[in-house]
Design a protein around this ligand. Structure first.
Ligand code: MRU
Length: 357
């Protein structure tokens, strides 16, 4: 399956001891590749959304903590494990909502715990292999989500998506965009509508950009136009990504997603959440338990404008994610199959075969 991007979202340059990313804050106008070497640089890149999207954050964190491990100069296992845990905790603090971040770091920490008795160089090598495996798995998972997603739609359908759950949010193909890339390859001739996604414009800057590059028919709309395109009959299905799914099926994704789900229900349009099983949080029974990141209000009042667009003293509220109630979700598409209500029964089945990671 081909996409139109000529660079990797996230890669490891082991020889240079660097995490290599495309700076997503500069897209679509500039394609700037960054080589991040320090933990501070990697933490900042995640916080500032230079690398973003739940699966990509997980891969970046896995490589980031491997690079931190490489720098630990000791032969003593206990000292190594302690320093490693500190680096993992630091990276984990970069963003709270996408569970893939802590999931990937936990996988890496498990390697350290299971490697007691090995030499430090051997442990470092195992960590490298695990990080590479996390990335390779991500690619396989997205392909599989693409196949399942494609089985739910027809040629010539109009599809709506919110934010960017595309190649730029993963290692390849994306989650919500995977059925679009796969359908494109198979001549489905989809018409994709991308919500611009205020306040950080991931839909406008990233989704429209990557789909256009792939030659997929994409039309950008402002967030408040979704109801109109649905009412006009232009949308046959909605595909979105997610950052964390609770065991009852409530799913956190970019702010605005729950509004799109409410609209889709109103117009009788299926609403699909694309979720790698790493995004399902077994510890949470419902969406109210999902931590929601709140970001600087300047992203609303000032960013993207030549001058500040609010009078002095105006307050802002800037939650970066919202939770879509499970009863608004037609199905949750994972790499292991399509989960439908009741999610308390279907999601555990989706996790089978992935537990233990
Ligand atoms: O704040 P962002 O840009 O990291 O938010 C990204 C999203 O909400 C995506 O939809 C989600 O992470 C899924 S990515 C496959």
């Amino acid at each position: 399956m081909k996409t139109g991007l000529t660079f990797d979202t996230v890669a490891l340059d082991d020889a240079q001891s660097a995490l290599v990313i495309i700076d997503q804050t500069k897209l679509p106008n500039e394609e700037v590749i960054l080589h991040l070497k320090t933990q501070q640089e990697i933490h900042e890149a995640i916080y500032l959304l230079k690398v973003r999207g739940a699966p990509a954050i997980g891969v970046a964190a896995a490589y980031g903590v491997y690079l931190a491990a490489k720098e630990i100069r000791t032969d003593d296992y206990e000292t190594f494990a302690l320093e490693f845990a500190k680096a993992a905790a630091y990276l984990n603090s970069a963003r709270p909502t996408a569970v893939n971040l802590s999931w990937a770091l936990r996988r890496m920490e498990k390697i350290v715990k299971e490697s007691r008795g090995l030499s430090v160089p051997e442990i470092k090598e195992k960590l490298r292999a695990e990080a590479v495996e996390i990335q390779e798995e991500d690619i396989r998972i997205c392909r599989s989500i693409g196949e399942y997603g494609l089985s739910l739609v027809k040629p010539h359908d109009g599809l709506l998506t919110h934010c960017n759950a595309g190649q730029l949010a993963t290692s390849r193909y994306g989650t919500a965009t995977a059925p679009m890339y796969l359908g494109h390859e198979r001549g489905y001739d989809f018409h994709v509508y991308a919500d611009e996604t205020r306040p950080l414009l991931q839909g406008a800057r990233l989704t429209a950009y990557e789909l256009e590059k792939a030659g997929i028919d994409v039309t950008l709309i402002c967030d408040n136009m979704a109801s109109t395109v649905m009412k006009q009959g232009k949308i046959q299905a909605v595909f979105v990504g997610c950052d964390r799914v609770a065991m009852n099926g409530d799913a956190a994704n970019k702010i605005g997603t729950s509004g799109v789900a409410i609209l889709a229900k109103h117009y009788g349009i299926p609403f699909y959440v694309c979720a790698p099983s790493s995004t399902i949080d077994e510890k949470l029974t419902n969406g109210a338990q999902i931590p929601i990141e709140e970001r600087n209000g300047e992203e609303i009042s000032t960013m993207w404008y030549k001058q500040k667009m609010t009078a002095d003293g105006v307050k802002t509220f800037n939650p970066a994610f919202d939770v879509t109630d499970h009863d608004l979700i037609t199905a949750i598409i994972t790499e292991n199959g399509i989960a439908r209500a009741p999610y308390t029964e279907s999601l555990p089945k989706m996790l089978e075969g992935t537990q233990g990671h």
